[in-house]
Design a protein around this ligand. Structure first.
Ligand code: GLN
Length: 294
């Protein structure tokens, strides 16, 4: 009897605990909250087991250690509760860089990659471009620009010391030399001038229910743009002129339904809108502004 009891659960367990079986269970569990449950299940499993996703897929019969399985179940519980995958794994790929992320910083979004693309196109082949990333968070935009344009002098500012610590550690991990400075928008920048200022400001309306829903794990100050979502954009538009060199450009990311308002606000403050851009989902997302000569 004892022998039978020992043998049967062992083999049943083995089947239940294989990569393939665990990924299938997790994918089912994540169906209600994720558009890509199988992918996320495999990534969580790979993370917990310390292997690549390719290995999880290629060796479905392999079994993780007991500790790895416990880590996997804990990670799955967090993800099922709605916590973003990037916080659980502790990093996020963005443009050409992999970034450490913590709950002190917004998780870099694919739509923000269009800010990087536009910035790179505007920097072109210039070698001495001075770039400012306002509200850098993890350092995403600043570091992606610096990686692609090693000669650019990139300054990254954030009002949050905790966020700035993450940006600094990302710069160090990536071996990219950027200047990180604690500053609420332009407050700590003295008379510094830049050729290009880029900004992904908080632009979600304070009353938007997603702040307490899907976005609740991320720092509110990186998302909440006040009652109409445009407080930070107004502050940046008003503060930028003394920091823009001759012909300098200001690139601002905005919400998908804010383009017309942002263009109007910019016009009222003496900017010319050179271009507006859509993200990969086709949503208006970015304005390219230049101060009209006085
Ligand atoms: N794009 C983010 C979202 O809607 C918002 C980022 C921001 O406010 N800058 O999830």
């Amino acid at each position: 009897m004892r022998a039978v009891r020992a043998a049967r659960p062992a083999s049943a367990n083995a089947a239940r605990r294989s990569f393939g079986a665990l990924a299938a269970v997790a994918a089912r569990a994540l169906e209600p909250i994720s558009p890509t449950p199988r992918l996320e299940a495999e990534l969580l499993l790979a993370h917990a087991a310390g292997v690549s996703r390719t290995e999880v897929i290629a060796f479905p019969q392999r079994e993780p250690s007991g500790e790895a399985e416990a880590r996997f179940r804990a990670a799955l519980a967090r993800r099922s509760d709605g916590e973003p995958l990037a916080y659980i794994r502790g990093y996020k790929d963005f443009h050409d860089v992999s970034l450490r992320v913590t709950p002190d910083v917004l998780i870099p979004r694919p739509e923000t990659e269009c800010v990087v693309e536009e910035a790179l196109a505007r920097i072109g082949v210039r070698t001495d471009c001075a770039v400012l990333d306002l509200g850098t968070g993890s350092g995403a935009i600043a570091l992606a620009i610096r990686r692609a344009r090693p000669a650019a002098a990139v300054t990254a500012v954030d009002a949050s010391p905790a966020a700035l610590a993450v940006a600094r550690s990302n710069a160090e991990l990536l071996g990219l030399d950027i200047r990180c400075l604690e500053s609420r928008w332009f407050a700590g920048l003295a008379a510094a001038r830049f050729d290009l200022i880029v900004c992904n400001p908080p632009y979600v309306r304070s009353g938007d229910r997603c702040l307490d829903g899907a976005l609740r794990f991320e720092p509110r100050q990186s998302l909440d743009g006040g009652s109409d979502g445009l407080d930070a954009i107004r502050a940046v538009l008003s503060g930028a002129p003394p920091h823009l060199g001759a012909g300098g450009l200001l690139l601002i990311e905005h919400g998908h339904d804010q383009r017309a308002r942002v263009v109007t606000l910019a016009g009222e403050r003496g900017y010319e809108t050179l271009a507006t851009r859509r993200d990969l989902s086709g949503l208006a997302r970015l304005v390219v502004l230049r101060r009209a000569p006085a």
